[in-house]
Design a protein around this ligand. Sequence first.
Ligand code: PNS
Length: 162
Amino acid sequence: MKIGVYPGSFDPFSIGHHDVLMHAISLFDTVYVSVLNNATKHPLFSVKERVSLIERMVEAEGLQNVIVTSFDGLLVDYARSVQAGYVIRGLRAIMDFEYEFQIHAVNRHLAEEIQTVYFMASPEHSFLSSSVIREIGSMGGDISGLVPGSIQNMIAERLAKA
Ligand code: PNS
């Protein structure tokens, strides 16, 4: 069984995240999409909202091998707790590399047995980030094509109130 954890803030889950997830589920038996519950950050969407949005999308798309969770603490401890041997991350451009390089080095130091697998974002999504989506949505802009269609309205409504 190849089990992967796809961790992130997902504030909110974007079409770029969706792209990475689609690649991951084609290679892994089970993928945990795991929202970081980080007390030091101030996300717009609560952990509960983010988990529930991703669950909606998974249900609407009938994705069989995806489990949506949240986690506290170290990613490697969480990965071990669900018997995952792999961490899944997306890369958009060179700007992500340094950050990912550091996370990889720390995780490798803490848990040598856990491998990180990277998927390159599609070129048409390379400009996209959750913060761009939050900004567009909260200013009344159109977020279609930037988030999965199945949860677009819920995200737009929430951002309109932000
Ligand atoms: O979507 P993000 O915010 O880039 O995701 C970052 C994430 C969740 C992968 C990273 O912050 C993380 O793994 N945090 C858990 C704490 C941890 O394990 N820290 C050590 C590695 S930096």
